[in-house]
Design a protein around this ligand. Sequence first.
Ligand code: OSB
Ligand code: MG
Length: 369
Amino acid sequence: MKIDYIHLSIVKMPLKSPFATHLETVTDREAIIVEVTDRDGLQGYGEGVAFSSPWYTEETVKTSFHMLKDFLIPLLKNSPINHPAEATELFSKIRRNHMAKAALETALWDLYAKEQNLSLSSLIGGKVNSIPSGVVVATSSLPEAIKQTENYLEQGYQRVKIKISPKNDIEFVSELRKRFPSLELMADANSSYTMKDLHRLKALDEYGLLMIEQPLGHDDIIDHSFIQKELTTPICLDESIVSFEDARKAIQFGSCRVVNIKIGRVGGLETALKIHDFCLDKGIPVWCGGMIEFGISRAHNIALATLPGFTIPGDISGSNRYWEEDIIEPEVSVRNGYIEVPKEHGIGFKVNKKKLNKKAIFKEGFCLD
Ligand code: OSB
Ligand code: MG
């Protein structure tokens, strides 16, 4: 890969409606768009999914930008690579900062697929033409949660995830279950419970949730293994798994029965693929998590979710779930509960540069040759 130029833009857009968890309410989304251009003028795109403040992980848009500008891009400039899979090893000289690494690494994957005249999905071994789509309802109001759920089911979504904490869990889960008896329903706690709340988690067993996501500490693997033994509902880990080693340990300890894979959280597509392969081998179902993302990251998620271990609908919703207009063309759309996998090369969606520029609040370019 002969990279000539890398361009970073920070884009900012308001969400259609606030996204509320017990940790933070997101109303505006900032993200870094990475554009890599090779010697032949082909371009690959990645999206940095860190938030404006460090509520979900320790990274922010600003720390990601700093890592890209001052460390990751210079590393790539000094050590050119032939395949995107080499980026993980190269970037391992920098501790953590996974979302910054993934932003650049995924752009390299998109570019490489385009150089090979392949869709990203087929490059990584995806087989299916469409993927099932799930959606997240994130509001602190129960009537609003019911309304949104009805609305998303009308749009065809196959699975609904709600956000819970010890403050609203039984109330939300029991009411939604009563109203939607056959709904594929799951709940994400984003680390709002402690070991003392085991009775609350046990009480949720009777509602037939697909899984409970990340009940305990954001960096815990040990305590989850104790509570998983006490629950019939499968635990899914999100925040706790930031590396291949975390996934291996969580599965070997029995800390979860399902894994949420997010490319940004684990530092890139290469590691996401390794975690997928390991889980498939161990019979652990995986699904693709979401980060309230724009179309570029959404497109990378679609490609990832075409792999055989992704047996549960992910948090990959249509562009219109969050945005009045997305920065890609066509937008991601959900039809009869499925998203069609594009056949075009790379991520398979065009970036609308006019829209990207209109939404950009900061830009900087870097020459590599
Ligand atoms: O915990 O899965 C999470 C969004 C931002 C940060 C963390 C999480 C989420 C979601 C997915 O729940 C939302 C989406 O992208 O649709
Ligand atoms: Mg989660």
